[in-house]
Design a protein around this ligand. Structure first.
Ligand SMILES: Nc1ncnc2c1ncn2[C@@H]1O[C@H](COP(=O)(O)OP(=O)(O)OP(=O)(O)O)[C@@H](O)[C@H]1O
Length: 428
């Protein structure tokens, strides 16, 4: 991300089927994944009579890759930059069943199968405890987008039995074109256990709300977000960063088998919002394009910063590379290549918090007052007392009445008294 470009990685689903690819992770410019299309499939399948398709990635994670490795390579560097105050996004893109949820959330069967979200949470809290010079606060939100409507997955008020039972999230845009998500709850989590409980609550809502009719897991996008706030005790500057961990809907196209001479890139997405996501990605990867159509869908509105904005963004292309899925795998790789052409500009999100600044100044005033009381030997309020005012009025009158030019008005080192006498003189 040093050069600002989005990173794209590739992860291949374990399978027992015969495979049609080769991986080279040793190339100087990163890694490559090559598909060799069998002759019997080439005709009318991937159409333009090519037999070899080669794609470049930062790294290709082959079938035997452990979840631990994925975390170390992909998520840890993003988590580190989020800790430093930059925004980060990791999104998984691939056809249905290619391992997106497994990669982002993990498998439920074994502890070692836990995915990027729980591992990242655990890593973040470990780092907080090692850094006692800073105060960290974390809030978590979990959004599901289905059919262009956002739902709050962290709703614990009532048991959801359908997706429609969850609170609907509205997208609002302020005059500075910042996106605000109304109705999306932000839950503070003080430790790893609380954060994992929120993940569990969200995943439970995600599962319960799914029916064979809506097939939500395949057709919806889920965005787990960690909102991090970091500040030094006593300082008024805060760094606020966001980490989006995104499990996208299945990228499957309308036609799975034989496109009969039709160009593969023309195959339509089943999921319309992925079509809009692709349009945004195409627009961003073209030089000199000024209008980027973020507003076309809820997904692209929510991820606007992650795509060509203030964010370090990483894509994981998940592939199920058996013969049957060759066309889907190739289109996933094509999408990843486009994503890798996008440049982001991540900036350090540091700001002065007015509330913290006021609190700090109040403390300063208090300690100065104490210091003054020690030096002058008297306690002072902001206002003069009635007795003090009466005494000053007498003093001023005596000063004016006295004809001796050497007579002085002696008030001591007290600005309040000096100011008050001046105002009396002005009135007179
Ligand atoms: N690396 C892996 N090792 C073992 N099993 C895996 C691996 N990756 C995925 N699986 C299994 O493959 C199946 C499909 O994976 P997963 O549900 O993650 O796919 P998906 O891309 O999220 O699908 P959908 O689009 O339908 O949500 C699951 O049963 C999952 O447990």
């Amino acid at each position: 991300h040093v050069d600002g470009y989005l990173y794209s990685y590739c992860k291949i689903l374990p399978t027992l089927y015969r495979m049609v690819y080769s991986v080279d992770n040793e190339e100087q410019t990163g890694a490559s994944l090559e598909f060799v299309v069998p002759r019997d499939l080439a005709d009318g399948f991937v159409n333009n009579k090519r037999e070899c398709y080669k794609f470049r990635f930062q790294k290709v994670f082959d079938q035997a890759t452990k979840q631990e490795e994925i975390f170390e390579h992909i998520a840890k560097p993003v988590a580190d930059s989020v800790l430093a105050g930059y925004n980060g996004t990791i999104f998984a893109y691939g056809q249905t069943g290619s391992g997106k949820t497994f990669t982002i959330t993990g498998g439920a069967q074994r502890y070692n199968d836990r995915g990027i979200v729980p591992r990242t949470l655990s890593y973040l809290y470990e780092r907080f405890s090692q850094d006692s010079n800073m105060v960290y606060t974390t809030n978590i939100s979990y959004l599901e987008i289905y059919n262009e409507v956002g739902y709050d997955l962290l709703d614990s008020r009532h048991e959801a039995s359908r997706l429609e039972d969850l609170p609907k999230v509205m997208i609002m845009e302020d005059p500075d074109q910042n996106i605000h998500l109304r109705n999306l709850s932000m839950q503070q989590s003080a430790n790893e256990e609380e954060a994992l409980n929120l993940l569990f609550l969200g995943d439970t809502n995600r599962m319960i709300a799914e029916t064979p009719m809506n097939q939500a897991s395949t057709r919806s996008h889920c965005i787990f977000t960690v909102h991090l706030c970091r500040r030094e005790p006593g300082s008024a500057t805060v760094r606020r960063s966001k980490l989006h961990l995104v499990d996208l809907a299945g990228s499957d196209r309308v036609s799975k088998t034989g496109l009969n001479g039709q160009l593969l890139t023309e195959a339509k997405y089943i999921n319309l919002s992925l079509h809009y996501l692709e349009q945004v990605i195409i627009a961003l990867s073209e030089k000199n394009r000024s209008h980027i159509p973020y507003r076309n869908s809820t997904l692209t509105s929510v991820l606007r910063d992650s795509l060509g904005g203030n964010c370090m963004t990483t894509m994981i292309a998940t592939l199920a590379v058996d013969r049957r899925n060759l066309d889907e795998s190739i289109s996933t790789c094509r999408f990843a290549q486009r994503v890798a052409l996008i440049k982001n500009e991540a900036i350090l999100n540091e700001e002065l918090d007015p509330a913290l600044l006021i609190a700090r100044l109040k403390r300063e005033v208090l300690s100065l007052k104490e210091e003054l009381a020690m030096v002058t030997g008297e306690q002072r309020d902001d206002q003069l007392t009635v007795e003090e005012i009466q005494k000053l009025e007498k003093q001023v009158k005596a000063f004016l009445d006295d004809t001796d030019p050497d007579f002085t008005l002696s008030l001591g080192p007290d600005m309040r008294k000096i100011q008050y006498c001046f105002s009396l003189l002005k009135v007179m």
